[in-house]
Write a protein that binds this ligand. Structure first.
Ligand SMILES: Nc1ncnc2c1ncn2[C@@H]1O[C@H](COP(=O)(O)OP(=O)(O)OP(=O)(O)O)[C@@H](O)[C@H]1O
Ligand SMILES: [Mg+2]
Length: 284
């Protein structure tokens, strides 16, 4: 079982003077149980790739398969893929939060009672009390609440593949942690693909990382390989290093030599720096 994108190429406004190639032959595969991070600078094609994965890019070349079935061939396959959009307010349409969260499950054929229960459970899962937030009009929510309510709407459908476009943007520390916890729980049953400018939060839990740059794959591999590739990726501007690694890389530069162990663990990083200093490097 997997959500597989093969050789996806996308050109916006194709054939017009404004045409723009947003994706160039990008491939990606994610299995239930996996967490994959999608990184890259603004405009590099992350949202476009997510839309392709959700079957929302009719004009793209390449193939998207959900568990071996080409997306769009059977409408039901689309239900297996849930997407949280980058601007959650664009996702609401019902008059109440609870109604909005129940819409997806009801659309999948669940009874009204079950759909509502699924919606309420999903709200609780993202840390929004269903009794307080369920009756609210979606547009009265704060930015952070709206993001979590939109996530609940997607979770309520229990997709096998969950695509999240910057799910922690605009959240405070508690909100970020609660989204990270939801992702951690969801990945037991689903493949989760997360676009983020905040790799620090999720990188330790990720199975793989894909870095986009100008519509192409700048890097694809597991976390240790990503950490090893970071100096090259940061030099070209394709990726930003997580804080711990950035500190290590700066320290290496100031010590005038390489050799720190690439790690995301603060303790390990401190030991590595201490070792480097003890071996005779003198900070400039
Ligand atoms: N409908 C469209 N028509 C023309 N160009 C588009 C369209 N949608 C997106 N683009 C362009 O395609 C490129 C990739 O956009 P995309 O939204 O995928 O970037 P992104 O990596 O998600 O960026 P960000 O981190 O800012 O969200 C951008 O240069 C964008 O301006
Ligand atoms: Mg985007």
């Amino acid at each position: 079982m997997a959500l597989t994108l093969a050789d996806i190429t996308c050109e916006y406004a194709e054939g017009s003077p404004l045409s723009y190639r947003a994706l160039e032959s990008v491939s990606l595969s994610i299995e239930p149980g996996e967490l994959v991070l999608l990184l890259g600078p603004t405009g590099s094609g992350k949202t476009t790739l997510l839309r392709a994965a959700a079957g929302l890019l009719p004009s793209s070349a390449g193939t998207v398969e959900v568990d071996g079935v080409r997306i769009g061939v059977r409408g039901a396959q689309r239900a297996a893929v849930g997407m949280l959009f980058q601007r959650p307010e664009s996702q609401f349409f019902a008059l109440s939060v609870e109604e909005d969260c129940a819409f997806g499950p009801r659309n999948l054929g669940r009874s009204d009672k079950d759909a509502r229960a699924d919606g309420r459970a999903a709200l609780a899962q993202v840390g929004l009390d269903p009794s307080t937030f369920g009756p609210r009009e979606p547009w009265t929510l704060s930015g952070g609440e709206a993001r979590r309510a939109a996530l609940a709407g997607v979770l309520a459908m229990r997709p096998r593949y969950l695509l999240l476009d910057e799910p922690t943007a605009g959240l405070d520390a508690v909100g970020r942690d609660s989204v990270a916890a939801v992702i951690e729980r969801t990945r037991h049953t689903a493949g989760v693909l997360v676009v983020t400018h905040d790799p620090d939060l999720l990188i330790r839990r990720a199975d793989r990382v894909l870095v986009m740059s100008e519509g192409r794959t700048a890097f694809s591999g597991d976390v240790p390989a990503f950490l090893a590739a970071l100096p090259a990726l940061t030099a070209t501007g394709a990726a930003e290093a997580p804080e711990v690694l950035r500190t290590l890389m700066l320290a290496e530069r100031r010590l005038g030599r390489a050799g720190a162990t690439p790690t995301l663990d603060v303790d390990e990083a401190a030991s590595s720096l201490a070792r480097m200093c003890a071996e005779g490097g003198v900070p400039r």
